[in-house]
Each structure stands twice: as C-alpha cells, then as structure tokens.
Design a protein around this ligand. Sequence first.
Ligand code: UGA
Length: 445
Amino acid sequence: RTFVTLRISVIGTGYLGATHAACMAELGYEVIGVDVDKAKLESLAAGILPFHEPGLPELLRKNVASGRLRFTDDYEDVAANADIHFITVGTPQRADSQSADLSYVDGAVDSLLEHITGDALIVGKSTVPVGTARRLSEKIAQDAKPGSNIAIAWNPEFLREGFAVKDTLRPDRLVYGLEDGRGLELLREVYASVLAQDVPEIVTDLETAELVKVAANAFLATKISFINAFAEVTETVGGNIKTLADAIGHDKRIGRQFLNAGVGFGGGCLPKDIRALQARVSELGLTQTMGFLGEVDQINLRRRDRVVSLASNMLGNELAGKHICVLGVTFKPNSDDVRDSPALDIAVRLYNAGAEVSVYDPEGNANAAGRFPRLNYVDSHQEAARNADLTLVLTEWQEFRDLDPNELGEVVASKMLIDGRNVLDRPAWREQGWVMTGPGEYFEL
Ligand code: UGA
C-alpha cells in the first residue's frame, strides 16, 4: 500500500539520525525524530544541533520552523503518526568484546512493535552484524500486534562526517535489502528525488545490504592501513610516501583517495566496524576469514606509537616537563568528533609520559575536554604553540594547512614539528629553520 503523504519517523537522533531526519523533512515529508534522551530532543526542537556538521543546523532550523520536523520520545505518538520508521540508533563496540552492542536496535524495534497496530515499514539504517535484519524479521513475526502488517528492509547509510547533508541528499548509491520485495515501492517513493539525480539504486536481500556497509568501511580502513604499512617501509629505508601514493593512485583500479598516510583512522565507524566484522565472522565459524582486519587494526594503532616515539626522540628521549603543542584533536577535520581519535590518544599518551600538553582544535576542544579534562585546552594555535618545545599537527584542518612557519616560529621555544598528516610544505618550513618530519619520512635528528 502507498500512503498519501509520507509520514516518517527516524529513531535515534545522533549523528546519522539527526541528519537523516532533517534531510527527509527537507524532501517535503512529515518527519518525527525519536530519542530517549530528552535533553537532546529539546535541543533539536529548538533548532540546536548538539554536534558540528556544516550545513545541517540551517536545515534543522528551517524544517523545524516549517512544522515538517518535530521530536518526541513517545512511541505511541510515533506509531500513530508515521508509517515508515527508520532505525538510526548507535551500534557501539561492547565494553567487554569486539562485538557490536545491538541493545539500542532491539530496543527501538521492541518499542515500535508494542505500539504499531496497522501497516508499517521498518527500515534499518544502523550498521549491524550480518544476520541482524533476519533476526528482527523473526521478532516482528512473533511479537507484532494482531492486525498489524509490518515489513522490514535494510537501507545502509554511507555518509561521512563533514559531508553528511550532501552524502544523504546526493549519495554515491542507494542500497535496499528487502524481504520478498516488500517495501520496495515505498522506499522508491521516499527517495524519488534522490534517484532522479541518477543515483544508482541497488535492490538486494537483507544479508547483502548489511554486508555492503561493513565491506565498504573495511575496504576503506584496509586502504588506509595499506599505505600506512608502506609508510613504515619508507620511514626505514627512505622514499616519499606521497609520491608513492600518487603513482599507484593514477591506476584507476586503485584510485588516489584514502591513500593518505598519517596518524591513522579513527572516529565512530571505521575502527569499531572492522572489529565487529571480525567478531561476527568468527561467530559464524570463519575464524580466519577476516584475520587480515586484525592486521589492519594493528598497523593503524602503530601509527600512534610512531608519533609518540618520534616526539620522545626529538625531545632528547625525555618527555617529562617538556611543553608540547598539539594542533587538532578530532579524528578528522570539519568535525568536532573525538571518538577513537588518534590525535587525542597521542596527546593523552604524551601527557601521561609527563609532558605539558597544550591543545587547540577549531571545533574539538570541548568534546576532548569532556573525555580528558587534564590537557591544557586553549583558544588559538598561537596560544597552544607559545613556548612549545615541539609542535604536532595531528588533524589536517585548513587553518593548520595555512600555518605560517615564520609566524609560528616567533612564539615557539624550539622550531621542531611533526606534521602528522603530511600537509605542510617541508622545504618552505625547513628554509625557515624548522626541524620537522612526518609519516613515511626517513628521519634522523
Ligand atoms: C566513514 C566512511 O567514510 C563513511 O562512508 C561511512 O558512512 C561512515 O564511516 C560510517 O560508517 O558512518 P567517517 O567516519 O565520517 O566516514 O570518516 P572518513 O572520512 O572515512 O575518515 C575516517 C578516518 O580515516 C579519519 O580518521 C581520517 O583522518 C582517516 N583517513 C582517511 C586517513 O588517515 N587517510 C586517508 O587517506 C583517509
């Protein structure tokens, strides 16, 4: 059955959910954002986004003001006033293992089943271990209220932080995993204006849809660790990692993107997704199949060790009492997210080794301070660099790409720098007297 006006709920108003809800409203639908966190709901209803995402606050405010987007924690309201329910709750890594915690996904579906009495489509967007949608379908068959007619589909999301709105309204592809084709017409209706921009549509089964998402993230993580493994080689034997990446990247089968050696990948997705995938595949009895992702993880974590030991070497093997300036604490630029951030981890490790660490990030200070209050957070790169014995650039914000070696040279105590993302022009900086190095570079003091 098709509905006259699409009435949509988006359950879980974190990064993915807040973006999806605002974008669905932008497409003209009636949207209800749902969460258990009342403070978050109040903030969103007032048009205030609790995280940094370019372009999203404007979209949120516009659609709240128009009345197309509202927020609630009341599932009775949700079941009565929406027909398509997107599940966008988190699936974090469990504290006691590498597996994904599915309690929020199950909680959302249970709450829906308690209240839905008519026709509905539940569409999972959260990243889940393969087999979850099939299990939820069995739950629906068992627990749905008599008289209701509920289908499930899986529609993974590929948005990147910093590009969330664009990636939602103009994605590289749309993927729907369906059960017996149910839900296809409705999903096509939901995404009609997106599909009209020639976005490829992939219609498949539930398992494939779940796997597409984790396969994409595992591939991206592998690509980054691949180049970082070569960085370890060039750090030892000499060579230029950027030139190597450019040269192999010209091969269209390889491609240049995601071949930037650096301090490694972090964030709320790549690290936890490769761990959850290994855990799930092992559960299926394939204990060796995803073993290479363990290596991908290890290579990634060794990037942080490398920066910490370089810092120590550059400071005469003594970190205690040294003043270190850390520029960038988020896991990547244009984000205030510090989840599993290599930059924050490095800053904390230097602090724990006795250094005085001053941190500046254009957007990430508050979140980093929430997790690790003992670093000295300051409001500008100049302030962070004042009297620094060593400066680290760990996130490639434009502000840091534009740093002036002369200007910075005037405030630091010592012109020593680690360019953790290879974004500064080495010869120009060296000409101004800086001793510096970065990923992939053979370096001897
Ligand atoms: C990632 C995927 O790119 C999205 O497609 C996916 O939807 C999302 O996870 C998710 O699962 O929700 P995101 O976590 O926003 O998106 O960040 P990325 O842009 O993928 O960057 C991940 C990390 O890799 C960052 O720490 C970044 O600095 C690092 N990176 C990226 C490198 O170290 N080198 C590169 O060449 C590229």
